[in-house]
Design a protein around this ligand. Structure first.
Ligand code: GLU
Length: 294
C-alpha cells in the first residue's frame, strides 16, 4: 500500500497565525503516526490578494516550526490550464453557465427579493445567487460575451445534482453540529456556486478537488470553517470522476473573545510571536498539541 498523503494548503494573502500552526502541526502529527507524507500547496489563485512576501513567509514560518514537506511545492497559479480543462469539460456537459451581474447588482437583487421574504443563504452566510443568467437566451449570452462583459461561471446546481442524490463523505473529525462518520453531502445548500471567473479560470472549490486528486491526497485535514464546503467538493469529485479522500475538520483556534483568528491581526502571527521570543515548543503548547514528535 502506498503511504497516506496529507497536505497543508495555505493561501499567501497574509502571515500565518496560530490557527495555521495548529492545522499544519496536526497534519504533521497525523501523517507521522501513520507513516504518511506531507505536501505543501500554495493556494494563490487570487492575484489581487496573494503576495510573494507572504509566500516566502509561509516557507520561513513552517521551517521555523520544524515542519518539512515534499518537494516540489504545488503553486496553484502555475496550473490554470489544468483547471480550465475541467471548466471546459463541465461546460461541454451544460453544467455551467456565465452570469454577468456585478457584485453590486447581485446585492441589489438580493435586497429586492428580501423585501418579500428572507432570501436563502449558503453555509457561509452569503446569499444564494438570485440572478436569471441560467435562462438567458443563447443569442443574448453570446452578445454579452462578445462585448467582453466580465462574468462568473456558475455551476447549474440543479442539473449537477441530478443522479447525485446520495453523495456522502468520510469525516474523521467533526462538523459544526457534531456531524461525523458518514456525512451526507448537501451541495444544494450552496446554490449555483462560482467555479471560475473570466479573469481567473478557477475557484477555491474547483482547484482544491483537482489538486487533491492530482497530488494523490488521501487525508484532508483542515479547519472546521470548511466543513460544509466538502459538500461542493464531493459533488465536483463525482462530476469529474475524481477519487475522494477522507476528511478531518478540526476545531478553529480562537482569540480571547472566542472569535476565529484573522490574518490581518498581528497579535497571533507566528512571526510576531517569534519576535517576542516564543519557541516552536511554545507554539505547540499555545494551540494545545502534545509536546514534540509523538
Ligand atoms: N487555502 C485554504 C485556506 O487557506 C485552505 C483550503 C483547504 O485546506 O482545503 O483557508
Amino acid at each position: 500500500m502506498p503511504p497516506p498523503v496529507f497536505r497543508f494548503a495555505p493561501s499567501p494573502n497574509g502571515y500565518l497565525h496560530l490557527g495555521h500552526a495548529y492545522s499544519a502541526l496536526l497534519n504533521v502529527d497525523l501523517a507521522r503516526r501513520v507513516g504518511g507524507k506531507l505536501l505543501l500547496r500554495i493556494e494563490d489563485i487570487d492575484a489581487t490578494r496573494c503576495r510573494p512576501e507572504f509566500e516566502a513567509a509561509i516557507y520561513e514560518d513552517l521551517a521555523w516550526l520544524g515542519i518539512g514537506w515534499e518537494k516540489p511545492v504545488r503553486r496553484q497559479s502555475e496550473h490554470f490550464a489544468r483547471y480550465l480543462e475541467a471548466v471546459d469539460a463541465l461546460s461541454a456537459r451544460g453544467l455551467i453557465y456565465p452570469a454577468f451581474e456585478s457584485r453590486a447588482e447581485i446585492a441589489a437583487l438580493v435586497a429586492e427579493r428580501e423585501r418579500a421574504a428572507p432570501w436563502p443563504r449558503d453555509p457561509d452566510g452569503t446569499p444564494l445567487y438570485p440572478g436569471m443568467a441560467k435562462s438567458l437566451a443563447p443569442a443574448a449570452r453570446r452578445r454579452l460575451l462578445e462585448q467582453g462583459v466580465p462574468y462568473a461561471l456558475r455551476l447549474d446546481m440543479a442539473a449537477a445534482c441530478e443522479g447525485a442524490q446520495d453523495l456522502a463523505w468520510t469525516e474523521r473529525g467533526e462538523g459544526p453540529g457534531g456531524e461525523t462518520g458518514n456525512v451526507a453531502a448537501r451541495p444544494q445548500a450552496w446554490g449555483d456556486v462560482i467555479l471560475a471567473r473570466k479573469e481567473t479560470p478557477t475557484s477555491y472549490h474547483l482547484a482544491v478537488v483537482i489538486d487533491d486528486s492530482l497530488q494523490g491526497v488521501t487525508d484532508v485535514v483542515r479547519g472546521r470553517d470548511l466543513f460544509w464546503s466538502s459538500s461542493v467538493h464531493r459533488l465536483l469529485q463525482h462530476l469529474l470522476g475524481l477519487p475522494q479522500p477522507a476528511y478531518r475538520h478540526h476545531p478553529l483556534v480562537t482569540d480571547a473573545s472566542g472569535q476565529k483568528l484573522s490574518k490581518s491581526t498581528d497579535a497571533t502571527a507566528l512571526r510576531e510571536l517569534r519576535r517576542q521570543g516564543a519557541t516552536p515548543a511554545d507554539i505547540r503548547r499555545l494551540v494545545g498539541l502534545p509536546e514534540g514528535p509523538p
